[in-house]
Design a protein around this ligand. Structure first.
Ligand code: F6P
Length: 493
């Protein structure tokens, strides 16, 4: 489908996100280095902005970034072929601690992922969050002209839509995409500012989630917490404070063709070099995990299930190797630092228990992997393990499927991921809360005949290709265009 058309409905596109798509640093000799922060959100939106142009406003990382921007904090990206403008918002360390490490990731992240024991709020965290939301909302205003689309991303900016709404002309369309799960009302009620967050989000014309499950939980929370809002469940619209918010479920996809092409064209040498570097032995089956180091990903539970597998099924010893790559993240938050230690401890224990002179059951790395190296792992893996306890989407599962160009390999997928709603019944479903089910599913995957792998993988690949990144984009932009408000007449007439 063509996604130029719906984009053309708007004169200006402004995207807001916490994480930036490109980070600039200066090497010791003054030369410029550019890298791309990890994360599904930035990887997905960058190609969209490359096609659409416009401005992307995000938190700048530090001095490196400051040295490359103009007096308005702007730089054109991507560096090789600039097509849109990245505008940085600077946040000092104390404020970032309250907004990002505090309210966003000590409170909202665990609440949205149902990890209530990890949810903490410190004095000042909400105030910092509100101040940063305000700062971002203010930065949008100068960009608004004509029919503008302002597209706010994720849980870092729940208050922003209402803040923008107060500051821009009525012809402006505001969209918000919530990339993480939306919690059940009993969990959401633990947020002291529950009403303020709902009020902020309902400033948007369109609020999107990955899957219907999350959208419905949101509507339930609106009914539960906001007496003066009314929910039309059939139309999935909330009427509140004189305007409507359309609540939709549009699952984020990947550019499946691009992943398949990369995999198809990949030189075998990439895997040979990487497996030598990581000491992945030849001739064993390969189980793979690729995650940000986060308790919501169920990495510790997965490694424990692998331990049980080797205990109960000794036949797999020395004949399957599990590669776990993790990207450390949010390490100044105690829950993350503690989780990293626990994960490494399980790896050591399993390797000590079952390892031999020539084989380690778990090859664990926190090193940065290039896209080619990751593709090489996907292509060579016999099964991918996604055991998230809760996950908005999980694009790793889709990337694995797209890279499996020979149509073999087994996807073991937690039923708590958004990806499972889309791909579910042909994947090997894992119930991450049932420890028995995790190791048994891995066992089944390792024994699956190639013919059955092919049947399942073909369907997974077709679904991934159909609900691609461009499908996501056109569907959302059509929704934005359809929801574009006619506010020329005020509610009072
Ligand atoms: O929506 C989840 C998300 O914000 C994604 O961008 C990405 O998966 C991850 O969290 C990145 O986390 P952080 O920006 O805190 O490193």
């Amino acid at each position: 489908r063509d996604w130029e058309t719906p984009l053309d409905s708007f004169d200006t596109l402004v995207v807001l996100s916490n994480r930036q798509p490109y980070r600039h640093t200066r090497d010791a000799d003054g030369s410029l280095a550019v890298d791309r922060p990890t994360g599904g959100l930035t990887a997905a939106l960058d190609p969209v902005c490359q096609r659409a142009g416009g401005t992307w406003i995000a938190w700048g990382d530090g001095d490196g970034d400051r040295q490359v921007v103009d007096e308005n904090d702007r730089v054109d990206v991507p560096p090789t072929d600039p097509s849109y403008t990245l505008e940085r918002v600077w946040i000092d360390d104390d404020l970032a601690d309250t907004y990002y490490s505090g309210y966003s990731n000590r409170l909202l992240w665990p609440i949205c992922h149902g990890a209530v024991d990890e949810a903490k709020i410190r004095p000042g965290d909400y105030d910092g969050y509100r101040r940063v939301n305000e700062r971002f909302a203010e930065r949008v205003v100068p960009h608004v002209s004509g029919e503008s689309l302002i597209w706010v991303q994720d849980y870092h900016f729940a208050l922003v839509p209402a803040m923008i709404r107060e500051r821009v002309p009525p012809s402006t369309t505001i969209g918000q995409f919530w990339h993480v799960p939306w919690p059940k009302p009993e969990t959401f009620s633990r947020v002291p500012q529950a009403r303020a967050l709902l009020d902020g989000l309902l400033g948007a014309d369109v609020l999107s989630f990955h899957v219907r499950r999350f959208a419905d939980r949101f509507l339930t929370c609106v009914e539960y917490f906001l007496d003066d809002a009314s929910v039309d469940w059939d139309a999935s619209v909330v009427s509140y404070d004189g305007s409507d918010t359309q609540v939709v479920a549009v699952p984020l996809g990947i550019d499946a063709d691009e992943h398949a092409r990369r995999s198809q064209n990949l030189d075998d040498g990439v895997y040979e070099t990487l497996s030598a570097e990581l000491s992945i032995p030849d001739g064993t089956l390969l189980g793979l995990g690729v995650d940000r180091l986060d308790y919501a990903k169920g990495i510790e539970e997965r490694l424990e299930a692998i331990e049980t597998l080797f205990e109960r099924r000794p036949r797999w010893r020395e004949s399957v190797t599990f590669v776990q790559t993790t990207t450390p993240s949010r390490t100044d938050i105690p829950a993350y630092a503690a989780y990293g230690k626990r994960v490494r401890r399980v790896v050591d224990r399993v390797n000590e228990r079952f390892g031999t002179d020539s084989w380690q059951p778990i090859v664990y790395t926190e090193s940065y992997l290039t896209r080619d190296q990751l593709t090489a792992l996907y292509r060579n893996a016999d099964c991918l393990l996604v055991t998230s306890l809760a996950d908005g989407m999980n694009l790793v599962s889709k990337e694995f499927v797209a890279a499996s160009v020979d149509e073999t390999g087994v996807l073991c997928l937690s039923d708590q991921t958004g990806a499972h709603d889309a791909l579910g019944d042909v994947a090997n479903t894992i119930d991450p809360t049932d420890r028995e089910s995790v190791w048994r599913t891995i066992d089944d995957a390792l024994r699956m005949p190639v013919r059955e792998q092919r049947v399942r993988m073909r369907t997974l690949r077709a679904r991934t290709a159909e609900r691609s990144l461009s499908w996501w984009m056109s569907t959302l932009f059509e929704t934005f265009a359809a929801a574009t408000p006619d506010r020329s007449i005020s509610p009072q007439g």
